[in-house]
Design a protein around this ligand. Structure first.
Ligand code: BES
Ligand code: ZN
Length: 681
């Protein structure tokens, strides 16, 4: 039975596929619980397809490796009135090959002077600064060769506290008395550290940072590390000089500073980390929920990864003007106000859940992303997909009463399936050349499909081996960089399963399969015929190169609908599976827990046999939700298949009203969530 021959496309799919401004089209049509991702990530598929149809990708070369940083000594003096800043960089560098120039990233910054002091040698002043504005680079030219060895690079520079919400920028806020003021804030991911100071702004070029901020003495000044010295600034008594402890070796995109007026609430996590939540002045109360989440979350991750949080403190701060939902700067996580603050009197349950998920997401990055960092932006999907999965694991641990995994299925999972069934979807893993492609490529597919395939992988491996593999990965690559393949290798070693082969089929090709299942009873055995083909919202494709996936398939029976009776790996177009000891009147269901990233098309008899489990609610809510979602997606079909259509409708009709109400409710909540997250004031 080919349900999909000439299937009509659903209304939402039609709307999503319309070649209009994606942000205008996508926002009202498919809001989800993960609404925060919409603004930044929801450039949606149309922008990606534009990118695919544009062959002229910007040429791009990485920074040369002949000079690299070991430590950045960085002093910054922002002016919150003129919106400028002065900076002084004194970087300890290694020259690996004699050269008379140093190439660094630099954007919207004016270099005043630059010089190089070889260890034990005389200062060499740079004779020219050659800006390559398009490439956001500067070449410092020296009159003589900088010899192989250690040295110190000194640069004095000035920049603007811009109003673009990237780099080092100004954020407007109102004091409780109604006065407008400005804070100075950073947002560096993916490639905007270069707007705050000249640097080697690539994730694999890690170094330590010694940061000093010169700020008005009545302002809060925060950076990644704890303060270790604070003294009056000799040249101006209204200013103080705040020095922060040396950071661990880290990537530039995780550096952060915030200077402004804030209140805070503080606590200590059970593993001894000082946690503070900074709020607008007068709203400290609204930071208490996030503080509770963060203090519960840190020990959860420490235990899950078997690796302690490596910094002495973590600050979570609500920023008035913030482009993304949140940003995982190491030790100083920045949030949009709606993703951090909970008004104990007025906020609703869905806002709490959202804050819990965002906090869980950004704190997961403190290990996965910050301690071990992707080698290049190509692997950003893994960073984000992983955090988007484990945030649910963490919230489920901290707040089991939320039943958060059901929301994962109704939000991320079904949304990813809907989008990825379109012809203009794209693989999760896309080669990123020029970093300007990062914002264009990372969308709901990277986040929601990324999280869904990690969830499937976790289920395929099993929690114990998954944790073993994660621990090995974090220990092996801590303070270094790694690629997607490195993670697969660690998980492969821990589990003895073919992780790379399985995962490549999900990350390197777009779309997903529909699993077609039929059954026959042979004595006390049930023989299942299982096959796969690509699921397309626009109808089946009959091309010969139909892609295949390596599909982890779990099977449960009516004996215990919540327990997997059997697991198989479908690594070819079709196979036969023998389920032993099953009575003829017992039903079989594929994909218990709705964990596998595929749709299922049961034979008529199998589908009808599921009716009792649906009616008496022995099938779990996520399974009824998954089934309902699959059936909806299969319902668009020709009139001559009316009988089949009727059968599907009968099963759909049997799914009790509360499930439907839940779906409608989820939809309504997601619209609300969108408003919460992105429509300020
Ligand atoms: N690291 C990202 C934010 C980011 C990604 C900024 C790529 C620039 C380029 C952060 O961890 C994140 O994923 N933020 C989400 C919210 C989160 C809860 C899903 C966002 O901002 O949409
Ligand atoms: Zn993230």
């Amino acid at each position: 039975m080919l349900f999909l021959t000439s299937c009509r496309v659903s209304l939402s799919v039609i709307r999503l596929a319309l070649p209009r401004n994606p942000t205008l089209v996508a926002k009202p049509v498919s809001p989800t619980l993960r609404a925060s991702r919409l603004l930044v990530r929801f450039k949606s598929l149309s922008s990606v397809s534009t990118l695919f149809s544009m062959p002229e990708r910007r040429p791009f070369v990485r920074l040369p490796t002949d000079v690299y940083p070991v430590n950045y000594g960085l002093r910054l003096k922002p002016d919150l009135i003129d919106f400028t800043f002065e900076g002084k960089l004194e970087a300890a560098v290694e020259v690996t090959q004699g050269t008379n120039q140093i190439v660094m990233n630099c954007a919207d910054i004016d270099i005043i002077t630059a010089s190089f002091v070889p260890e034990g040698g005389d200062e060499i002043n740079a004779t020219g600064f050659n800006y390559q504005n398009e490439d956001e680079k500067v070449t410092l030219c020296f009159p003589s060769i900088l010899q192989k060895g250690s040295g110190s690079l000194k640069i004095d520079f000035v920049g603007e506290l811009n109003d673009k919400m990237k780099g080092f920028y100004r954020s407007k806020y109102m004091t409780p008395s109604g006065e407008n003021r400005y804070a100075a804030v950073t947002q560096f991911e993916a490639t905007d550290a270069r707007r705050a100071f000249p640097c080697w702004d690539e994730p694999a070029i890690k170094a330590t940072f010694d940061i000093t901020l010169i700020v008005p003495k009545d302002r809060i000044a925060l950076s990644n590390m704890n303060v270790f010295d604070r003294k009056p600034y000799p040249e101006d008594h209204s200013l103080v000089e705040v020095k922060y402890a040396t950071t661990p070796i880290m990537s530039t995109y995780l550096v952060a500073f915030v200077i402004g007026e804030y209140d805070f609430v503080e606590s200590q996590s059970s593993d001894g980390v000082t946690v503070r939540v900074y709020t607008p002045v007068g709203k400290a109360e609204q930071g208490k929920f996030a503080l509770e989440v963060a203090t519960k979350t840190l020990p959860f991750y420490k235990d899950y990864f078997s690796v302690p949080y490596p910094l002495p403190k973590i600050d979570l701060i609500a920023i008035a003007d913030f482009a993304a939902g949140a940003m995982e700067n190491w030790g100083l996580v920045t949030y949009r106000e709606t993703a951090l603050l909970i008004d104990p009197k007025n906020s609703c349950a869905s806002s709490r859940q959202w804050v819990a998920l965002v906090v869980g997401h950004e704190l997961a990055h403190q290990w996965f992303g910050n301690l071990v960092t992707m080698e290049w932006w190509t692997h950003l999907w893994l960073n984000e997909g992983f955090a988007s999965w484990i945030e649910y694991l963490c919230v489920d641990h901290c707040f089991p009463e939320y039943d958060i995994w059901t929301q994962f299925v109704s939000a991320d999972y079904t949304r990813a399936l809907d989008l990825d069934a379109l012809d203009n979807s794209h693989p999760i893993e896309v080669d990123v050349g020029h970093p300007s492609e990062v914002d264009e490529i990372f969308d709901a597919i990277s986040y929601s499909k990324g999280a869904s395939v990690i969830r499937m992988l976790h289920n395929y491996i099993g929690d114990e081996d998954f944790r073993k593999g994660m621990n090995a990965y974090l220990l092996k690559f801590q303070h270094k960089n790694a690629s997607t393949e490195d993670l697969w290798e660690c998980l492969e070693q821990a589990s003895g399963k073919p992780i790379a082969a399985v995962m490549n089929s999900w990350t390197k090709q777009m779309g997903f399969p529909i699993i077609v299942v039929d059954q026959e009873q042979h004595g006390s055995d049930r023989v299942l015929k299982i096959s796969q083909k690509k699921f397309c919202a626009s109808g089946p494709r009959n091309d010969e190169n139909c892609p295949n996936w390596m599909v982890p398939i779990s099977i449960c029976t009516s004996e215990d609908p919540s327990c997997t009776k059997m697991k198989v790996l479908l690594d070819q177009p079709e196979t036969t599976v023998n389920v032993t000891n099953i009575a003829p009147d017992h039903w079989i269901k594929i994909n218990p827990g709705t964990v596998g990233f595929y749709r299922i098309q049961y034979s008529s008899a199998m589908l009808e046999s599921l009716l009792p489990g649906i009616r008496d609610l022995t099938l779990l809510p996520v399974d009824r939700l998954g089934l309902q979602n699959d059936l909806f997606s299969l319902l668009h079909k020709q009139a001559d298949m009316q009988e089949e259509k009727n059968r599907i409708e009968r099963v759909l009709g049997a799914i009790p009203a509360p499930d439907l109400i839940q779906r409608v409710l989820n939809f309504a909540l997601s619209v609300r969530k969108y408003t919460h997250t992105y429509c300020r004031k």
